[in-house]
Design a protein around this ligand. Structure first.
Ligand code: FES
Ligand code: FE2
Length: 408
């Protein structure tokens, strides 16, 4: 199934679009993030205007159609490298993450050499789940609860109790099934294709070096929340690609820090770089590039294709990943990264208050709330599609990119 996107007047929209072919030939040549701050400063000084008017409808079926959902899951969520965590969550050998978010049972673990790898969380004897609980833990080895086959942190089968009962068995053939894993910019990327190969370099298209400008590699995992959200995963992506709602939906929380609907965006490969002007943008007018502060004059967010968003708040970073479980249910995983471990109790309490404000007060009570509200209305027939205007054009671009990957 494929969709066409129509403007309000029924015309097929023909605005900026980079084809997949172009993307695959792209090298990591895009302007530095300061260029977006400059563009915002010019707008705030009244020297340039905002985006042109637009009316585009995304068909309601894009958020409700089961067949389309399965294709998205197969081709994008399981077909692309996705972020499952940050290496500072598992700093020591044996530190482990267990998660079923991708529809596969996966263990991500740091081995005795300090390298991070992933395996299917499935015993090679009679298939028992090795680590039963999802979440973080520390393991000396992986021991199956059923008959105690024991695996090393590298996934190799180390011990079979009463091995002689299996006669001529080669333990090397019964190591845990590996899942492609790589760490870039501190983030752990996994491709949910056991035994497959992951081309992270071309997927990132330079995004890793870009986000390193914000110190993400050296940042420290502080806390994570996992929420089950009854909404299509793309409704959540839409909410993070729309500067139009910020001073409205968030008027009692973070809205007052931002001028109305002032954002600049561009592509980094398949990913969308988004700079949202903060009130301090006026200080950036006619400032040389060296005088610009990437977290002060604007808030950058990166829509990491297909299912993550990084938000570079002034004092910390949010890494969010949206793992679709069904067409209308998504696991929302939010990790707060701080520039360092808290120096003392006072700083810890400060980080905690920040987490509560952004995770519960803003994301859950505001952004997620409206996604749930919109999903409830989608099957009602009130709207044959959802309407996007000029300040929401990058959400439309995101849908187009998804659509291109769904083409046969
Ligand atoms: S199923 Fe794991 S040891 Fe038997
Ligand atoms: Fe928002």
């Amino acid at each position: 199934m494929s969709f066409k996107y129509f403007s309000g007047s029924g015309q097929l929209l023909t605005c900026e679009q980079t084809s997949l072919k172009q993307v695959s030939n792209m090298t990591a040549s895009f302007p530095p993030p300061e260029a977006l701050i400059h563009a915002l400063a010019e707008r705030s000084a009244g020297r340039t205007g905002g985006p042109p008017p637009l009316q585009v409808k995304i068909p309601a079926a894009a958020y409700t159609d089961e067949d389309r959902f399965h294709k998205e899951h197969q081709r994008l969520i399981m077909g692309k490298p996705v972020i499952v965590g940050h290496e500072s969550q598992i700093p020591d050998p044996g530190d482990t993450l267990v998660y079923d978010w991708l529809g596969l049972p996966i263990i991500t673990i740091r081995n005795t050499q300090g390298e991070i790898g992933s395996f299917l969380n499935v015993c090679r004897h009679r298939g028992m789940r090795l680590l039963e609980e999802e979440g973080q833990s520390c393991q000396r080895s992986l021991v199956c609860p059923y008959h105690q086959w024991t695996y090393g942190l590298d996934g190799a089968l180390r011990n079979i109790p009463l091995q002689e009962s299996f006669g001529d068995i080669n333990p090397a053939e019964f190591g845990l099934k590996p899942v492609p894993t790589e760490v870039r910019a501190g983030m752990i990327w996994v491709l949910a294709q056991p035994g497959g190969t992951m081309d992270l370099e071309s997927h990132l298209a330079g995004l890793d070096a870009e986000v390193e400008r914000f110190g993400l590699g050296q940042s420290q995992f502080h806390r994570q929340s996992v929420k089950r959200v009854p909404a299509n995963w793309k409704l959540i992506q839409d909410a993070f690609l729309d500067g139009y709602h910020v001073v409205r939906l968030h008027k009692n929380t973070v809205g007052p820090f931002f001028p109305d609907s002032m954002a600049e965006s561009d592509w980094i490969g398949d990913h969308i770089r988004n700079a949202v002007a903060r009130n301090e943008i006026t200080e950036a007018v006619d400032q040389p590039q060296e005088g610009l502060d990437l977290r002060h004059h604007a808030t950058f967010s990166y829509t990491v294709f297909p299912n993550s968003v990084l938000v570079m708040h002034p004092e910390y970073t949010s890494i969010m990943s949206f793992f679709p479980q069904s067409v209308d249910e998504t696991l929302f995983v939010h990790s707060m990264m701080t520039p360092r471990a808290p120096k003392n109790e006072e700083e810890r309490a400060h980080f905690e208050r920040s987490f509560e404000l952004i995770d519960r007060g803003v994301f859950e009570a505001e952004d997620i709330r409206v996604c749930i509200g919109a999903q409830k209305g989608l099957r009602s027939g009130a709207n044959d599609g959802l309407l996007f205007g000029g300040f929401e054009s990058w959400a439309v671009n995101f849908h187009r990119r998804v659509e291109e990957y769904l083409q046969d």
